[in-house]
Design a protein around this ligand. Structure first.
Ligand SMILES: Cc1cc2nc3c(=O)[nH]c(=O)nc-3n(C[C@H](O)[C@H](O)[C@H](O)COP(=O)(O)OP(=O)(O)OC[C@H]3O[C@@H](n4cnc5c(N)ncnc54)[C@H](O)[C@@H]3O)c2cc1C
Ligand code: SF4
Length: 340
């Protein structure tokens, strides 16, 4: 049995108290939301904070408000709450589809949106227990010096494996970050670095307090996820797409985002540009899919063959854009779950 290392547990009642507790502690203090990623990581000694600061008692973090200007989602809104709430099943469908496909229903009852957005990057050489990692002399991401995926590389290429991050970026999400000194708001896409070790621009003393979405009116969005087991598994490739459509189906604005092909979600900007000003006909979709798959460069540090994963990018962008056009994609979705 893997045991948790010793740590000090703090459970404050206000965001200001949390900010004070994080201040000056650096990497020694970490925030605990649902704990579904952090606690297993601590058992495997991938992360060993001396202090855990719980977010559970901060009521505002659990609230979700919707109005004509968009949505404000507290960081501790649970993935199961998103899954059950019909307000996410309109223009925000990509978020609903992504949240509903994270892990299992038991885990989604604990897992939070903020924790999913801040999820650690993953790699076959890193997501192992302590003894396994010790046997290979560890790796650069934790305690070692070599990258076993690309020896000679000075950058870790562990994979961004959050399901909701690509969906939220496609929806143009912004996040609020609170620390003792300041409160700032950034586009979610700017929260990530393409670096498996230093994968977030969030500072250790910042609390991600809320996620903001713009209005969903006239937007359509979709999320497609490739994983080994249809029942539950981390994504090894995902595509999120969102578009604002005119009444006659012309794309006015669009974002296409690839997940699990780099250490951060990747915006496929050329692909998105190519659909703007056009209807989503087969030729436009094929052009966008080709452009998006060009930037997908999966590595061999996760499940499935990397060249096949690149090919699936093309398929998934095609599926996502057809879904935005209004096609019935239920047969393709059933196939992915293994019930085809
Ligand atoms: C069996 C299994 C399967 C899984 N499958 C998937 C999957 O398919 N897809 C997927 O995306 N994830 C998956 N996960 C990972 C995890 O369950 C989810 O990512 C979950 O949403 C994490 O949220 P949490 O609230 O539990 O985060 P925690 O574990 O509490 O925290 C995760 C990280 O985020 C930080 N953090 C949390 N909240 C904040 C905040 N408000 N501000 C700043 N930092 C914060 C923590 O300090 C920690 O570093 C799986 C986990 C397990 C055990
Ligand atoms: S990509 Fe390299 S450094 Fe990063 S976790 Fe994997 S083996 Fe370690």
């Amino acid at each position: 049995m893997m045991r948790l290392p010793l740590f000090e547990f703090r459970s404050p009642h206000t965001l200001d108290e949390i900010a004070r507790m994080l201040d000056g502690e650096g990497e020694k203090a970490m925030l605990l939301a649902g704990g579904t990623d952090l606690l297993p990581n601590m058992k495997r000694r991938q992360q060993v904070p001396r202090i855990l600061v719980s977010l559970r008692n901060i009521r505002s973090l659990h609230e979700a408000d919707f109005d004509g200007t968009g949505a404000r989602l507290g960081a501790c809104v649970k993935l199961s709450e998103i899954e059950k709430d019909s307000r996410y099943r309109n223009g925000y469908s990509a978020l609903w589809q992504a949240a509903s496909q994270v892990a299992t229903s038991h885990i989604r009852n604990l897992a939070t949106l903020g924790g999913n957005v801040c999820l650690d990057t993953r790699c076959l050489y890193y997501d192992q227990n302590y003894e396994w990692r010790k046997a290979i002399n560890f790796c650069m991401k934790k305690e070692g010096e070599t990258c076993w995926v690309a020896p000679g590389s000075d950058r870790c290429m562990a994979v961004s494996s959050s399901d909701t991050a690509p969906a939220l970026i496609a929806l143009g999400a912004r996040v609020r970050l609170k620390s003792l000194a300041a409160d700032r708001e950034v586009l979610l896409t700017d929260l990530y670095n393409n670096d498996g070790m230093n994968y977030m621009t969030r500072r250790p003393n910042e609390i991600l307090s809320e996620i903001r979405l713009g209005p969903s009116h006239r937007w359509k969005s979709a999320y497609w996820k490739l994983r080994r087991r249809g029942s539950f598994d981390f994504p090894v490739l995902s595509v999120a797409a969102a578009a604002r459509l005119s009444s006659d189906g012309v794309v006015e604005e669009a974002r296409i985002v690839l997940g699990a092909v780099a250490s951060r979600p990747l915006l496929a900007e050329d692909a998105a540009k190519t659909v703007v000003g056009r209807k989503l006909d087969e030729e436009t979709i094929a052009n966008a899919a080709k452009l998006a798959s060009k930037i997908a460069k999966p590595l061999s540090n996760t499940d499935f063959d990397m060249s096949w994963r690149k090919k699936v990018t093309l398929e998934f962008v095609t599926y996502a854009l057809r879904e935005l056009r209004g096609d019935d994609m239920s047969a393709e979705r059933r196939q992915l779950l293994g019930h085809g």
